[in-house]
Design a binder for this molecule. Structure first.
Ligand code: SF4
Ligand code: SF4
Ligand code: SF4
Ligand code: FES
Length: 952
């Protein structure tokens, strides 16, 4: 296993057309101008000793170990901070250099506890390595003088320790926090011998601004900053490259393993989405995979009031299949369906939709993207021609104006947020449109030019007023539009947005955003150079979600901001494989590759491959399944890796629908909220236990690789295959690569994708086919996927969800960095140390009006239901708006959200719910019922002996 230090070329890569040739130890080397002497040497296999330098960070020149001799230059310059020059002659090894380096090391070691044999870094410590490299044999200075050996250890962070006695004050951690993560939590305080690393104002790490991304831990060349898991388990024996199973950034990791135990997760330097960076979830929060709550044995029961009974796989699958067949025989072909998972692999998702279409014989398949990014698919397909984002993440480094709409990247997509912040620190301008003051609005060295603090539910009014300014002030890129877009559609749109009723002044009363700010933002986006839009669920989860996506695409086309690096329309996908689950045909109206089921030629292709006659009528969407269940027509559901009872809106409606079904099969890691309504539980596998692929928000297909055997005996794809065979539709895959081969055969945008090709390239952005054999980082270059870009008129229609005297506040929802989605995974990790309950954010004015103080219990009531949360009084939210996260089931955030949804896709309007908030002293009626029901279900689970995972 090559250590990071061994691969590290010392200083960052420089891009330059100008090449410089120099001589290092008599060898000629040619590198781009701006490259350091250290990197040039490393590229020609000359290793110069170093401690404070690393390829991930700008050189700092503090340790003086990398000194070299340069002909004609005075003294001995540090090779890490000295750029190459034409004709330079460098000597990296001679007696004088060796003596100085040995002297430097001697000083370091004289103030270092020599406990190498018991040190967690033993074997991968750069200090230890360098002592060997410089040939240090003795330390002449004793420990009698002043030293740091008794410095206190900070163990406050749940995942890593800071042992100051081992610190060499190289400042790599400080620079990692600044440059890579962009949090600026660390400093070197004091000077000279007194210098020490300090978190914030010299407080424990947990009390500082630190977000536990681990970049400093990775950068530390000694054991000063060490993962607790490494301290406990010792060095890894081997490593396997895989992909994070949390958010849509899709960071690549090396899982460092000891047998079947993960010692630590190390972000992959070669990862195309993360370039060696990570967040607290991907790097540290993997404990759920071996949590004792995991169910690893199949279980069945006839009624949800019965105790669970542990059974063999054969019996569970046989029972599930016979129930599904019985239901179809009694209630008809369309009385059952399936839900695919955006957390499972592409191959697993593909199999579930195939089982539904070919095995169940209907198109009743849907996915959780219904409740997040379905409007993205609809809006982008109809305007640009493809249901996906247009860029890769690296494209942001060429953006001049970054426009973030309804997204909170530092919490939802943290590694990409760090990259975005890097670009902003380089000088790109930022516009944020969000009802709430997200961190990005003002963070170290970054301040948004404009924060358009709109009222929830008025996105379309805002985008129309931005478009109005662009049209009225002559800022349209006429050449681009004429060459690339459908002119009649453009003219219709231009006439529409030009109307006075769409002006910022007219819309100010609707959006609450001062007209001058809208005008300034529009001018900046249209004229500030490359303009890139990044948006999230604050755009899609509205009654006009699809309209807003189209409005964004219109704006990008009108300003010529599509079809090259640095621009584009970029949906930030929430879950790890939400893009993939949509690509794989999880929607009831589409086959894989977004092709409508009513298209005869496409259907014929699948009928031929799958050997079955397939239905040409779209099936039921999730909300329609609930309606049909309540009407007594929909009775059986197979749910793979989703928790609709917690994640879907109007919980009481959802649970009523689930209760009315006769057979619910849940395939998951834990007895989640949906499983409490289930009749069959099939224990699923974590991402560590299977092979496959995930597709991230930039259409990047990345490898997921098995690092341990499935705890339940089967990977999820194998379970779906068993169920399919049992219902009578044979599947005989022996490995997920065969499933990907089938996907590639049947999907034009995937024809060049295979496991071998992914291994070869590291990852691939679709489309990948004969035309784009290495994938497509930027879409719509030269021509839109649909040919000419199409403008669509985006009339603003106010939501039906109105505030009134009874419900005077608007509730909007979002995420937090440390928790993920329904929290099933992260709640079972130490991440609870940062967020162990959902709180209601309320503006001080609204709080005072209601006599609510910080930490008080607050009853929140909407037209759908009520719940109780504790208050966080903060000016982050504007008056009239309250906000919460939804990571804990007992919070009941979705008890309050309503059935309102996007007109085109049924994506729920999570972001706008009219509510009242009052101080209360006890849980809501729903919460009391929830607790009682959950306790009963836990008891019914305990009756099935030995189904839980017992960690060794
Ligand atoms: S904690 Fe590690 S990286 Fe930071 S200054 Fe000390 S030795 Fe260097
Ligand atoms: S863990 Fe990340 S945020 Fe915290 S101090 Fe280290 S680099 Fe900074
Ligand atoms: S940013 Fe997303 S993909 Fe990357 S480590 Fe964090 S959760 Fe995982
Ligand atoms: S590595 Fe160059 S001064 Fe430390």
């Amino acid at each position: 296993m090559l250590s990071i230090a061994e691969k590290d070329l010392g200083t960052p890569k420089r891009e330059s057309a100008e090449l410089v040739t120099l001589t290092i130890d008599g060898q000629e080397v040619t590198v781009p101008a701006g490259t350091s002497v250290m990197r040039a040497a490393a590229l020609s296999d000359v290793k110069i000793p170093k401690l404070c330098a690393t390829e991930q960070l700008e050189a700092f020149g503090s340790c003086r170990l990398c000194l070299v001799q340069i002909e004609g230059m005075k003294g001995l310059p540090a090779s890490c901070t000295t750029p190459v020059a034409p004709g330079m002659k460098v000597t990296t090894q001679n007696k004088q250099l060796a003596d100085i380096r040995r002297g430097v090391m001697e000083l370091y070691i004289s103030d270092h506890p020599l406990d190498c044999l018991t040190c967690p870094a033993n074997g991968h410590c750069e200090l230890q390595d360098m002592a060997g490299v410089v040939g240090l044999r003795e330390v002449r200075y004793g420990y009698e003088g002043a030293n740091h050996l008794s410095a206190e250890k900070d163990t406050s962070n749940p995942y890593f320790t800071f042992d100051a006695s081992k610190c060499i004050v190289c400042s790599r951690c400080v620079r990692a926090c600044d440059e890579q993560q962009g949090t600026f939590a660390l400093t070197i305080q004091n000077r000279g011998f007194e210098s020490t690393v300090s978190a914030s104002q010299n407080v424990p790490f947990m009390d500082s601004e630190c977000v536990s991304c681990g970049a400093c831990v990775q950068a530390c060349p000694t054991a000063t900053l060490s993962e607790k898991s490494l301290i406990e388990n010792g060095q890894a024996e081997h490593s396997i490259t895989t992909t994070c199973a949390y958010c849509g950034v899709g960071c690549s990791f090396r899982a460092e393993m000891k047998g079947e135990e993960v010692v630590r997760m190390v972000p992959n330097m070669d990862g195309h989405a993360n370039h060696g960076h990570s967040c607290v979830k991907g790097r540290f929060a993997i404990g759920y995979a071996t949590h004792s709550d995991r169910i690893v044995k199949p279980m069945i029961r006839s009624k949800i009031t019965d105790p669970w009974r542990e059974v063999s796989w054969e019996e569970a699958i046989g029972y599930a299949a016979s129930e599904l067949k019985r239901i179809q025989a009694t209630y008809g072909r369309d009385s059952i369906g399936g839900i695919t998972s955006s957390r499972c692999t592409n191959e697993e998702t593909y199999l579930v939709q195939k089982l539904v279409r070919a095995g169940f014989g209907n198109n009743n398949v849907d996915t959780c993207a219904r409740v997040c990014h379905s409007p993205t698919g609809y809006g982008l397909k109809n305007t640009l021609g493809e249901s996906a984002g247009t860029q890769n993440f690296d494209s942001v480094m060429k953006a001049d104006v970054i426009f973030v709409i309804g997204a909170n990247p530092t919490d939802g997509h943290p590694v990409f947020a760090s990259q975005m912040k890097r670009r902003l620190r380089q000088g790109a301008k930022l516009i944020v449109a969000d009802p709430r003051r997200i961190d990005l609005v003002r963070t170290p060295h970054i301040e948004a030019e404009q924060h358009l603090k709109l009222r929830p539910g008025t996105n379309v009014a805002l985008i129309n007023s931005l478009a109005h300014v662009i049209v009225a002030e002559g800022l349209v890129k006429e050449d681009f539009v004429r060459a690339r877009c459908e002119m009649p559609s453009f003219e219709k749109w231009r006439n529409f947005v030009a109307q006075e009723r769409n002006s910022p002044e007219a819309m100010e009363a609707v959006t609450g955003v001062p007209a001058a700010d809208v005008r300034a933002a529009a001018r900046l986006y249209a004229t500030g150079g490359n303009g890139a839009i990044y948006y999230g669920l604050g755009v899609t989860e509205h009654s006009q979600g699809s309209t807003m996506v189209m409005g964004i695409a219109n704006l990008a086309m009108a300003t010529g901001n599509v079809g090259r690096e640095g621009v584009g329309v970029n949906p930030l996908r929430g879950q790890n494989n939400v893009q993939g689950s949509c690509d794989m045909g999880s929607f009831p109206h589409e086959f894989p590759g977004y092709r409508h089921v009513s298209d005869d030629s496409v259907r014929a292709l699948f009928e031929d491959a799958w050997g079955m006659k397939l239905l040409g009528e779209p099936g039921l969407r999730i909300p329609n399944m609930f309606e049909a269940a309540l009407d007594g027509e929909f009775k059986g559901l197979y749910i793979e890796g989703e928790d609709i009872a917690q994640s879907d809106p109007n919980t009481q409606h959802v649970t009523a629908a689930l209760t009315s079904m006769e057979c619910i099969i849940v395939q998951d890691l834990f007895l989640n909220e949906s499983a409490k309504f289930a009749h069959v539980f099939l224990p699923g596998s974590s991402f560590l236990e299977k092979d496959g692929t995930f597709t991230n928000a930039e259409r990047r297909i990345s490898p997921v690789r098995k690092v341990m055997k499935p705890k339940s005996g089967y990977a999820d794809w194998e379970i779906t295959q068993l169920l399919s065979n049992a219902v009578g539709y044979p599947m005989n895959y022996t490995h997920p690569s065969e499933i990907m081969d089938e996907i590639a055969r049947l999907t034009p945008t995937f024809t060049g994708v295979s496991f071998d090709r992914i291994d070869e390239l590291g990852s691939i952005q679709w489309p990948c086919n004969a035309e784009h054999p290495e994938g497509t980082p930027t879409m719509h270059i030269g021509e839109f996927v649909r040919g000419k870009g199409k403008f669509l008129v985006t009339e603003y229609v106010p939501t039906a969800e109105k505030v009134n005297a009874r419900y005077p506040l608007i509730l909007t929802t979002g995420r937090i960095l440390s928790q993920y989605n329904v929290g099933a995974q992260t709640r079972r990790t130490e991440n609870n140390a940062w967020h162990d309950e959902d709180r209601l954010e309320i503006h001080p004015q609204d709080a005072e009006d209601r006599g609510i103080a910080e930490g008080d219990w607050v009853g929140i009531e909407s037209r759908a239901g009520d719940t109780v949360l504790r208050a966080r009084v903060t000016e982050r939210v504007q008056p009239g708006v309250v906000y919460t996260t939804f990571h804990f089931p007992e919070s009941g955030a979705n008890v309050i959200t309503t059935d309102n949804s996007d007109w085109a896709t049924n994506c729920p309007e999570y972001k706008v719910t009219a509510v009242q908030a009052v101080r209360v002293s006890q849980p809501s009626e729903w919460q009391k019922r929830f607790r009682e029901f959950s306790e009963t279900q836990e008891t019914l689970l305990k009756s099935a002996a030995d189904v839980m995972f017992v960690a060794k």
